[in-house]
Structures are given as C-alpha cells and as structure tokens.
Design a protein around this ligand. Structure first.
Ligand code: AMP
Ligand code: MG
Length: 406
C-alpha cells in the first residue's frame, strides 16, 4: 500500500501536458498560455491626465492661469500650451505639449475665464506616463501564466482578441455496477441512482476539463473492457466502482485484458483505499472506489492535480489553512482519515468542525462541509487543537450577514 504523497507523486510524474489551441479571449479564462505575450505598444500610449483638472506648465506659472482650451478623453491637442495658460482636461486625455502638471478641479477657484491654484501643487503631479504600466516590447505575460480576469484585461489592452492556451483535457467517465440506473428513473428495488458520474463530471468541469459521460458499465468483464476501450479516445479514463475484491469487481481485470498496467492499486487512506492508477492503451486510467465520498475524495486528491498539471497549471493543490478544532476527533483506523469538515472564520482565526458521521457512502458528509482535515492513524485530538485543513471552496469568506446585509 502506497502513501497519499507517494501516490500523488507517482501520478504527477506520469502526466504530460496537452497541446495548445487558439481560443477567443473570454474562453481562455482560468486556462494557461502556451506562449509569451509581448506588448506591441506602450500602455498607456501617451502621457495623460490622472484627474479631471487643468493641465499647465508648473515652472512658468504664477498661481493664476488663463484657461484657453478643453480636452476630453479621446481628444488630442498637438499645439503647445503657452506659459501662463492652462487647458481644462478630463481623466485619460493625453496631456498637450507645453504642460507637465495637472491640478485637480477641486484644488482651483474659477474666476471668469481663469483659475487660481489653491494648493501647493508640485511639478509632474497627476500625470500617468506613457508606458509606465507596460512598455512596448516588454514580455507582459510569460508562457505558463494562468489567465485570470486581470490577465485577460492586459491581453485586451494589448489588442488581442484570441489567445493560445492549453486545450481542455478530455476525461471519460465510466460508472460500473449492475445496481445503477441513471437520474430521471425511479429506482426499482435493489437499484440506486448513478450519482457518481455527475459528481465526477462536475469535478472535471470545476477543474477546467471536459467531461465525457460514458454511462454505466454492467458488472461483466466484457462490458467493462468495452467501455474502457471507448474511454481511451479521451485523455484520461476515470472509472468508479468495481475496483475492490468483490466477486463482480471487474475493473482491474478489464484494464489488464486491454493490455493496461498499474502503478498502484491501493492507497493508504480512508476513505478510498481501493484506488488504482495506471495506463491503458496509452492513456492514464484512474479506477476510483464506488462509494460516493471515497470517489469524490480520491478525485480531489489524485485526479484533479493530474488534470491541472495536464492543462499546464503549476499550482495544482488546494490551499490549506491552520484551524482550531471545535470538537474532539478520533481516528481509530490504521490509515490516515480524511475527515469532511466545515471551516469558518471566527474573528481573526479559522475554526473547524467535522460534518458528523463520516461514512464513505454518505454524500451529505461532503455537502455539509467545505474542507478536508487529515487525521493521522490511531490518533485523538482535543477541542482547541490546531490542525491543518485543505479548503475545497471559498465558502469560508465573509458572508452577507457579516457584511451587515440582512
Ligand atoms: P463497489 O466499489 O462497486 O463495490 O461500490 C461500492 C459502493 O458504492 C456500493 O454501495 C455501490 O452501490 C456504490 N456505488 C458504486 N457506484 C456508484 C455510483 N456510480 N453512484 C452511486 N453509488 C455507487
Ligand atoms: Mg460495484
């Protein structure tokens, strides 16, 4: 049996990145550039006013200026402004020749066609210099950058309408089990709904991948192998169920039947011990446990980082924080226990409690939480103990109520 960390390393060492594709700017959100982006021009393109005010030359000026022009954003004045004169200028308008300073409207008194400066304004104030954000020829965004809204802003400012990013990894999702029926059916006795395919597909989407739902494989070697064969047209094959030691668990045998092999098939963790990772027909294959919580937690720990790496990301693990336990917790197992937990903020610190009964078939143990807390084997922790927790989403942020909104 392999540890969680060794299993993660084993997986990540075997994952290569997918190629790039050109997509319209907005479709590149949260994806990774495959090339450097060099700015074709200075940003901003000219010295311009940072305020609504009056542009003038500080050195040649008394505190009284004759206002002889007006410039709004989008307009350019090429003729110099003579000493002793000013032009009224709006934020963003290029500062005309002859001017080196802008005095804000709030700092002057208007007297007919002239203004009197009320403040002790220094030369060069309230100007934004040409190229001070990004200079022409500068690498504004390096290859490998994750494109968040701010990076898309910069690309748009550089005039780009499309960008090359790693394509989305395609993930074939196969659920196995004679007991499964699809949502939309009312299960007859003995049957349950295939909820895992939807959980896993949503996890793929959340990571930026493209899920391909291949449905349910009945518990036979042949059916399981045929589904897996179909799945190898994707970049990853993710199965769930049928990977343990039951009489009708055919996933490992089906992968071997197709000439595949495994790097590991058991991970030292709870939930999710039976978890196989390997290769089949040239594609990475993950065989996750069937219990819904075990499937989701195993995806979180192994498939999600692999997917992110494959799509060019370098920060592939969830953030962790230190939090104070609000209850006594106990792990009697000889394996590390990933307890589903709820992290909240309490003044200047985080606190954490478990989501109650930690049965790996209980989907609600996940829906009631936002974090995973790893308890070492055979270990008890007291209320108030400090633990490290892995945050699965950002629901620990400030709430409407905390913002004073009823
Ligand atoms: P298995 O690993 O195939 O023995 O499945 C373990 C448990 O998970 C059984 O109780 C299954 O009914 C359940 N299970 C397996 N696959 C799914 C699925 N796709 N959706 C929901 N529950 C499942
Ligand atoms: Mg099964």
């Amino acid at each position: 049996m392999i540890s969680i960390e060794d299993a993660q390393r084993t997986v990540l060492e075997r994952i290569s990145t997918v190629e790039g594709e050109e997509v319209p700017l907005l479709q590149a959100l949260n994806r990774v550039t495959t090339e450097d982006h060099i700015s074709p021009w200075d940003i901003p393109p000219a010295d311009n006013s940072a305020m609504d005010g009056y542009a003038f030359c500080r050195a040649t000026t008394a505190d009284r200026l004759q206002v002889t022009g007006f410039l709004s954003a989008g307009e350019v004045r090429l003729t110099p402004v003579p000493a002793g004169e000013a032009v009224k200028i709006m934020t963003g308008a290029p500062v005309p020749p002859g001017c080196d300073t802008v005095v804000p409207v709030e700092e002057v008194e208007v007297e007919g066609t002239s203004v009197r400066i009320l403040s002790d304004i220094k030369e060069g104030r309230h100007l934004r210099r040409r190229g001070e954000d990004i200079a022409a020829g500068e690498v504004a965004l390096a290859k490998g950058t994750v494109l968040r809204p701010q990076e898309l802003s910069l690309l748009a400012a550089m005039g780009k309408t499309a960008v090359r990013v790693h394509r989305r990894a395609r993930v074939a999702i196969i659920s196995t089990g004679d007991e499964l029926v699809e949502p939309g059916c009312v299960p007859t006795p003995g049957k349950i709904i295939n909820s895992n395919s939807y959980a896993l597909a949503a996890q793929v989407l959340e990571a930026g991948g493209e899920p391909i739902l291949l449905g349910i494989a009945p518990d036979t070697l042949h059916d399981t192998a045929e589904k897996i064969r179909a799945g190898t047209s994707a970049d990853f094959v993710v199965l769930n169920g049928g990977v343990s030691v039951g009489d009708k668990d055919y996933v490992k045998a089906a992968i071997e039947e197709l000439g595949g092999s495994f790097a590991f098939w058991k991970v030292d963790m709870k939930p999710g011990k039976p978890l196989a990772f390997g290769e089949v027909m040239g594609k990475a294959v993950f065989a996750l446990p069937g219990n819904p919580v075990a499937a989701a937690v195993s995806f979180e720990l192994f498939v999600r980082p692999a997917l992110l790496r494959c799509m060019g990301h370098r920060h592939i693990f969830r953030p962790t924080v230190k939090a104070f336990l609000q209850e006594v917790v106990h792990n009697s197992a000889t394996r590390p226990h990933l307890m589903r937990s709820m992290v909240t903020r309490e003044e200047d610190r985080y606190v954490v409690s478990t989501t109650g009964v930690q049965c790996s078939a209980k989907i609600s143990s996940l829906t009631r939480g936002n974090a995973l807390m790893t308890l070492p084997p055979e270990c008890s922790l007291a209320t108030g103990a400090e633990v490290e927790v892995m945050l699965l989403d950002s629901s620990f942020g400030k709430s409407l109520v905390e913002a004073g909104v009823a």
